[in-house]
Design a protein around this ligand. Structure first.
Ligand SMILES: [Zn+2]
Ligand SMILES: [Zn+2]
Length: 346
């Protein structure tokens, strides 16, 4: 089969690899139908994720068809259409029993990281019973690709950890795919205002069509002044950090109101200054989390019942064997106006 393989920083190739085989009786082999590229994959390609080594097939999102199910797999059989979760879960360890699947002792985020991933014609999924979801007949499978990672990540790490409530003023820092997915899922809780902050005017424009009530371009506007203007100088009830650099996290510390929640979603590679000299008395809650995908069944219902439409996040389509071009388009997001790309294996 063909797959996208990481070799070294800046060096990837679409090349021939052996088709994966069942290793454990709890595994399933899935033929990929559709997959996508994640911001995390760009970090991997730069060499920022040292657990990914030469020869690894990248990718942790997608939908497909069961090609072969191991003898201990009871939930799925050959021919079933499945949604692949970015998080692998054994279902039995202490963390899995607490629904903290991201920290599963035998799984967690291993796909396209510690084991071969989904940017391939076939992928081996360990603990298939707990790590795959049935796709209902007639569901929009492209929409469901957004449920492998970005929707549960934005919803769990941003909206649920941020404790978004009816009437709240929410600021989302970063209008990339994750920030926009937080914008979509925050609306489950009817906040009064959702303010999107980014440096890209196109993404801010898109955010307005997704339900943002205000947008601020932090490249040429004074964010703190504007937010204080919108909130009678109180600041926001919830600040969701969806970028992952020190400046954007520190911005959340400056715009949070007393009693507010700062929910970190971004992947940080550098230390951030915690301004306790201003925050110590403000009753602020700061949360961090790796997505557990515990809300995937809920989100699946919200998509199939058309309460939300994640296809709005998809801007480009490619054939799977054209994935190297798809990486270029995804990487040049400002120029290409790209959000999520869909790669189809046919
Ligand atoms: Zn991802
Ligand atoms: Zn586990």
């Amino acid at each position: 089969m063909k797959a996208l393989v990481y070799h070294s920083p800046g060096n990837k190739a679409w090349e021939e690899k052996p088709k994966p085989l069942i290793k454990e009786s709890t595994d399933a082999i899935v033929k990929i139908l559709k997959t996508t590229i994640c911001g995390t994959d760009l970090h991997i390609m730069k060499g920022d994720v040292p657990t990914v080594t030469d020869g690894r097939i990248i990718g942790h999102e997608g939908v497909g068809i069961i090609d072969e199910a191991g003898s201990a797999v009871s939930n799925f059989k050959k021919g079933d259409h499945v949604l692949i979760s970015c998080i692998t879960s054994c279902g039995k360890c202490e963390y899995c029993k607490k629904a903290m699947y991201s920290h599963c002792e035998k799984g967690g985020w291993i796909l396209g990281n510690l084991i071969d991933g989904t940017q391939a014609e076939y992928v081996r999924i360990p603990f298939a019973d707990n790590s795959l979801y049935h796709i209902p007949a007639n569901a929009n499978e492209e929409a469901l690709v957004m449920l492998s990672d970005i929707l549960p990540t934005a919803f769990e790490c941003g909206v649920l950890n941020g404790n978004v409530k009816p009437g709240d003023t929410v600021a989302i820092v970063g209008a990339g795919p994750i920030g926009l997915a937080a914008l979509i899922t925050a609306q489950f809780y009817a906040p009064a205002e959702i303010i999107m902050i980014d440096i890209n005017d196109n993404r801010l424009q898109v955010a307005k069509t997704f339900g943002a009530t205000q947008t601020i371009n932090s490249g040429n506007e004074n964010v703190i002044e504007k937010i204080m203007g919108f909130t009678e100088s109180k600041g926001v009830d919830v600040a969701i950090e969806a970028v992952g650099v020190p400046e954007t996290f520190e911005l959340c510390e400056k715009i949070i109101s007393s009693g507010g929640h700062i929910a970190n979603v971004g992947v940080h590679g550098k230390s951030v200054t915690l301004h306790l000299e201003t925050l110590w008395s403000k009753n602020v809650t700061i949360t961090t989390r790796l997505v557990d995908t515990a809300t995937t069944p809920t989100l699946l219902k919200m998509v199939t019942s058309k309460k939300i439409d994640p296809t709005k996040l998809i801007t480009h389509h490619f054939k799977l064997n054209d994935i190297v071009n798809a990486y270029d388009t995804f990487q040049n997001a400002a120029k290409e106006k790209s959000l999520k790309v869909i790669l189809t294996n046919d």
